[in-house]
Structures are given as C-alpha cells and as structure tokens.
Ligand binder design. Structure first.
Ligand code: SDX
Length: 394
C-alpha cells in the first residue's frame, strides 16, 4: 500500500542496501522519514514521536507515545560507575572523544545481556541508547568546563532535560526556556536520520559483523566527527567567525573555488543534495527565532551567513556545481546563541543521529538475508613478485 519508491540514487549498482526508513531526493531537495516530509515533522511533531516513527515505522497512538516516552524517561540515568570513564580524560579533551569512549564503554555495562538475536534485548538496547545519549553528551560538556554532573529529571521533556543537564548548576535554580527547548527539539528532529550517510553506513558495516549495538553506535560517533561530515557544524561556525565581516566574503568564495586551496565552504555542498537541503531551510527559520529570543538578532555571524549564502547562491561556480547550504550551515549559529561552545555541536548531532543509527542497525539485523559487509576494491598495486634478501637488494 502507498508508494514504494524504487529509484536509482545516481550511483548505478553501488546502492549499498535496501531501506524503508528515510528517503532523500537530492534533486528535489526532499527528505522523508518513513514517508513524512521533514518540514511537516519539524513543525508539527516532536523528537520522541519522530524517534518512535523511525524505530517502529508508524506514528504512535496517544497511548503508544506515552508508553514510549515513559520508557525513555526511565532509562536516562547512567550506571553510577560510568562517571569514572569521564575522569580518565583530560579536561580539554574534545567532547566527541569522550562521547565516543563512553558510548563504547556502554558495551561493558549492557552488552553482556544483549543477545542481538533476541527482539526484546534489541528493544532494550534501542531505548537505552536513545535515553542515555543526552546524559552522556551533557556530562561530556560539564566535564570539559569543570562543573559537576547534573542528573536527568523525569519531570522534564527530552530536549528540556538535555538543556537542564548542560546549563543547570547546583547553586541556583535553572528554568529551561520553552522556546529554546522547542528549538533544541527541532534540531534533534532535523538531524535524526539521513539514509546511508557515512556514519550510518559505518554503523551498518559494524553491525553486519554481529558486533553489539553499543559498539556499532560508537563506530558511528567516530565517523560523524570528521569535518566533512558531522564535524562540519563546528567547522562552519569557526569559518563564519574567521570571515568576521561581510566585506571579507569574496576572498573566501574565491578560495573555495581554487582547486589548489584545500579550503571548502563549510556547511555548503552535499553528496546527495543538488538543491537546497530542506533541513537548512527549517534551521534558518529557527535561527532567527532563537537569536530574537536571546536578544542577538543583529548577530554578526548570522549576517555573515546570510550574506555568504546570497553571494554563493548567485555565483556561477556554485550554481554549476549545484552547491547549496546544508544542515550544518545554520545549526551552529543556533547552538552558539543557546550558549554551547563549538566543541559541543557535533556531540549534539551524534545525540540526535543515534535514533537513525539504531533504527538502521535494527532494520539490517532483522533481515534474514543479511551477511557480513565486504566492500570490494580495484587493486592498483604491484603484480606478483618474489622475496629478495636484504643483502641482495640494491
Ligand atoms: C553532512 O551524507 C549525508 O547525508 C551527510 C549529512 C547527514 O545528515 O548525515 O547530510 C550531514 O555531512 C552534511 C555535509 C557537511 N559537510 C560540509 O558542509 C563540509 C563542506 N562540504 C564539502 O566538504 C562537500 O560538499 C561534501 C564533502 C559534503 C561533499 O563533497 P563532494 O562529494 O565532493 O561534493 P560534490 O561531488 O557535490 O562536489 C561537486 C564539486 C566538487 O568539485 P569538482 O571535483 O567537481 O571540481 O563541488 C566541489 C567539489 O570539490 N565542492 C565544493 C564544496 N563542496 C563541494 N567546493 C567548495 N566548497 C564546498 N563546500
């Protein structure tokens, strides 16, 4: 029932898998989660409902949603001993290094009981990962700034809980602003899944070896860190700050076009989108709302971003190469306005993408035809040759 999309993503037979979770049409700039357009979900839904949709394939009834939210809420705490993993890191360690290490360490706390062939244990691992990522990421932030860990609270919604764990301190009351919480929740929804991107493919490949789900998600975190992928949100804000003022934009545009210059416009371009990334559009609206709230609507970084976008979108090179702003172009501006350091941008991306990773892992694990991944190569090395003793080598 409904449309079954069969499409050639333009890579011929190199499509890595079949999946029913997310559909991206790069030419139209369209993104569907289980058939629902991302802009409708960002406007009308909320992250935990989107998690339910991605994991189970359908929007939940009221009762199903309440049960799912309760199960997630009741798994937000970490095993108390996991705090010791944080203390092994230097305070100035990048939070992604900490998140990658702690998520991998979950294998030591929960893997022993995770039989990936048991549907119930796959379910428990799914809930634990969605529930604990905000705590893991918030504590990585607290550890980096030398503040005490703040425990999750069951009276707060998912996004508010994360903001509270990041910004509350024991010595005074901290109230989460509902507009910030809504913007945070929307950022989670926009980053939740994106078909077979590099980090999701990493999770699938790790999962195809029957590795436990926590180890597979840790592999996804590691891959997402790269500035060409999830690390672009941090790199993009740092680039906008380096540009500083609109009059310096042409210099950077020319550098981005220079093949001899490794500089790339961060937050621009995409492996699949050859049109505007629909997530960037929603993010731009959210940025204006948050900056207004934070009383920084004349934010110089936003002015540089908007001017850069206008110039680039009218530049023949970018038009010919079909380069548009992607999800990372505006997200950093919002997170910066919320008070996050740039080093926390990619952990927040990883927090949101965990539901996509674990949904794709589950879809692969339950497929009876699934075998261990084994990408092939084109060999370009020397042909057969015999060993020569060192005394006889020239
Ligand atoms: C994410 O895959 C996903 O779904 C990822 C993601 C997700 O949700 O998981 O959407 C998240 O990773 C978004 C992308 C974040 N990365 C950045 O913003 C970093 C900056 N972008 C570039 O590094 C680049 O656009 C990539 C890595 C994203 C894509 O690079 P490709 O595969 O080279 O892109 P392309 O084939 O479309 O490039 C066409 C041309 C190339 O030049 P030619 O070889 O044809 O001469 O455009 C050039 C590229 O060199 N180009 C750029 C550019 N991006 C591509 N030139 C200048 N600035 C850029 N940003």
């Amino acid at each position: 029932e409904g449309d079954v999309f069969t499409y050639d993503p333009g890579f011929g037979s190199t499509a890595s898998c079949e999946s029913a979770i997310t559909y991206v049409d790069g030419d139209k700039g369209e993104l569907l989660y289980r058939g629902y357009p991302i802009d409708q979900l960002a406007e009308k839904s909320h992250f935990l409902e989107v998690c339910y949709l991605l994991v189970y394939g359908e929007l939940p009834s009221g009762e199903q949603l309440e049960d799912f939210e309760n199960r997630v809420t009741r798994h937000t705490m970490l095993h108390e001993q996991m705090q010791y993993f944080y203390r092994g890191f230097r305070r100035d360690a990048h939070p992604m290094a900490v998140v990658c290490g702690v998520v991998g360490a979950m294998s030591a706390f929960y893997h022993d009981s995770t039989d990936i062939n048991d549907p119930w244990q796959r379910e428990v691992a799914t809930i634990r990962l969605i529930a604990k990522m905000p705590t893991i990421c918030a504590w990585a932030y607290k550890y980096s700034i030398g503040q005490p860990f703040v425990y999750p609270r069951n009276d707060l919604d998912y996004a508010s809980n994360f903001l509270h764990m990041c910004f509350a301190v024991p010595c005074e009351d901290y109230k989460v602003d509902p507009i910030l919480a809504r913007a945070m929740d929307r950022i989670f929804t926009l980053h939740a899944d994106h078909e077979q991107n590099a980090s999701t493919s990493t999770v699938r490949l790790a999962g195809s070896s029957q590795a436990n789900p926590f180890a597979c998600i840790a592999a996804g975190v590691a891959c997402l860190w790269g500035p060409a992928h999830g690390g672009a949100n941090q790199a993009c804000l740092e680039m906008l700050r380096e540009i500083g003022t609109p009059d310096r934009i042409p210099e950077y545009i020319e550098r981005a076009k220079d093949k001899n210059d490794p500089f790339r416009l961060m937050g621009f371009g995409h492996r699949v989108y050859k049109n505007y990334d629909p997530r960037a559009k929603v993010m731009q609206e959210s940025a204006k709302e948050v900056l207004e709230l934070m009383g920084v609507k004349d934010n110089p970084t936003l002015q540089v971003a908007q001017e850069l976008e206008k110039i680039a979108l009218n530049d023949p090179y970018f038009i010919e190469k079909k380069l548009y702003p992607n999800v990372d172009f505006y997200s950093g501006i919002i997170l910066d306005a919320m008070g996050f350091p740039t080093s926390m941008f990619t952990p927040i991306f990883a927090l949101a993408r965990t539901v996509g990773w674990i949904s794709q892992w589950k879809e692969m694990i339950v497929d009876p035809s699934q075998r261990i991944g084994r990408p092939r190569q084109i060999y370009t090395g020397p042909t057969h040759r015999d060993y020569v003793d060192v005394a006889d080598r020239k």
